[in-house]
Write a protein that binds this ligand. Sequence first.
Ligand code: ATP
Ligand code: MG
Length: 783
Amino acid sequence: MEKYLSQLNDAQLAPTIQIDGPMIVIAGAGSGKTRVLTYRIAYMMSKDIDAFNILALTFTNKAAREMKERIASIVGSSEAKNLWMGTFHSVFAKILRIEADRLGYPSNFTIYDTQDSDRLIRDIIKEMNLDKDIYKYKQVRSRISSYKNSLITVRAYFQNPELIEADTMARRPRMGDIYKAYVERCFKAGAMDFDDLLLKTNELLTRFPEVLAKYQNRFKYILVDEYQDTNHSQYLIVRALSDKFQNICVVGDDAQSIYAFRGANINNILNFQKDYDDVKVFRLEQNYRSTKNIVNAANSVIDKNQTKLDKVVWTANDDGGKIIVHRSLTDADEGRYVASTIFDNKMNHQLPNSDFAILYRTNAQSRSIEDALRKRDIPYRIYGGLSFYQRKEIKDVLSYLRLVINPKDEEALKRVINYPPRGIGQTTVDKLIVAANGYNRSIFEVMKNIDKTDVKVSSGTKAKLQNFVTLIESYQVMNQSADVFQLAEHVTKSSGLIKELNKDGTPEGVTRMENIEELLNGMQDFVEGQKEIADATGSLAEFLEDVALATDLDNDKDDGDKVSLMTIHLAKGLEFPYVYIVGLEEDLFPSAMSMNTRSELEEERRLFYVALTRAEKQAYLTYALSRYRWGKLVDSEPSRFIEEIDEEYLDIQTPIEERRINPMLSADIFGDVDTNGHKTEYNKVRFKPAKQPTLKKGGAKKEPAKYQAPTPAKNLKPVSKTGGNTNLFDGKLAVGNMVKHDRFGTGEVLKIEGAGADTKAEIKFAGVGVKKLLLRFAKLEVV
Ligand code: ATP
Ligand code: MG
């Protein structure tokens, strides 16, 4: 252990070997907070503290896994296995399973993911005959989520006139009724949503003192990483559990609090010293991650925030290169710039793809970056967005499996009761739902006892319902002897899922089959992995829980050397040698939706601070003068955050593209009439000639080249990057021609229709399928 402790500086060592009592480490990015937490656990174990008594809460399961591996490498893996480590959600889901019956839940309760919650809320809004444009299900869901995270139960809601008033003012007077129905339906389905995992834990710890005592004694030592982003519900759990022994160690950085929109409360870190007696406060000041330029630049930005704890962050690392600021004309140009500099950096310095990360404010921005990376053949991986387990075909398989474990699971049942089609129509399902609500039973129970209910269906339908019940019950029997993989393989075949997908010969259909194969592979891995763990049951329930709680970062398998693309929110805690922060434009970052109050703007600034401090060697900031947003080309100005960085740390570059390429023509418009909006919007575009966004500072050294207003849209000529096909729509293209398209690759012209500017061609692209393209815009080349 001594050897490891020598890998810490003095400031880090102090909190690492301080074991007892409440303590907080407040420190800036990259100063070793996570490292301290990791080494501290190893140190505690070396001092004979039982791993069973240690609870460590992290931001992602991936972070927990990595931490565990590191600890295992120090103290040995057999001991490290006994640590309770994970996200709040995964740790407390496990505890809730053990204690579920106290709260009236089955121990095999389902965890509803956001998609399940959304579907249920949508159904409830529909059943209540409410206007779905006023009661937008996503807004309703986030409302319900915020009640739950503030521990406002349905009963508390109805006792609080202010809440009712607020919802009424927001034109949603039935909000409370939806909340009530939602909670009842989840309960009846034996399901908890993500927020319930925290809410119910709180309920458990408050209502049952003996349970609280049990876990207080169990978790004598509690550690929390990224404490600045805990919400009220999480805060209360930590407080309750640590109340007896007060051995609580939290680490965090108020400057990196970025989840207020999801209920995180920055006051949790600011008030920590008031919550416990004799809190020891530690500060770390030396950053080990980044160059001087990056550290200083980040400091100069966060300095603009008024609400913050004073902190010093410095580094002994090299100066490094200045932060490169690049202006592009369009989002497509920005993508090209990013891809080409990644390419050059890789070539010049012989770097792996994994050294690069591209961070953006919103998921929608990834599209233009992806296009550019693909063209350059640079492999990349997108984190976030729709996770593997949320893809339709995967969810279908999982729904059957969820029913095996918990046949009450209403969302799973609604998904697969008639998929693949087995003649059970929506009318029948609606009748079942009404009956289930009336009898206060699950849909499955109603189906099983249909003869004892007053549900009116034909005898044919009755038989179909009975068959479905029998099918699920047969899986339940099989589950008693088969492992997860064997069962799932059987389910995909016997339910008719595979057959259904086989019917679909499109490339998408093939991909879906491959995904199912991938799921089965993953299950086999899981089964193998479980064999090593002594007390693991390798059960289906466990697999489903892992899947339900996999966060955006956890889902993707490590499949080779790739550039990482993710939102800044997901990048918290991570580090990469080269970091690109793209889309640094007013209204995008800072987001237009987060500029109403100072505190919102300060949160955006903290987000920028998080982004910048992910970089180890080199940071790039890019922005575009115009970009497609919601299908429209909009003009944009550089983000104030660029200006807020002290000029001495910046290298403001002038894009070369603007002199060479007419921006109207380099805009990434491919004339795909399927994606409506582009065509018409394109003709409306006017670049403002007078607009010359330059950075106030820094202009002296490198005067950006004067930007000439491009020719107006009406002078637009068809264009090709290769130059050889400028008059394709004048009639040179014929059925049977082979053509090449920038994005879709090579394809065969199947049909030509329309005339003049409206000429369209139907082209079958290998691997992509048939696309109808407007020749006026499509960048095609006859090959
Ligand atoms: P963040 O605020 O981004 O979560 P952090 O404070 O948790 O950052 P770490 O991730 O623990 O910082 O450390 C940042 C980097 O510096 C890591 O690569 C870590 O291994 C390295 N590092 C930390 N302390 C030292 C040290 N004493 N000697 C060498 N490297 C260190
Ligand atoms: Mg960290």
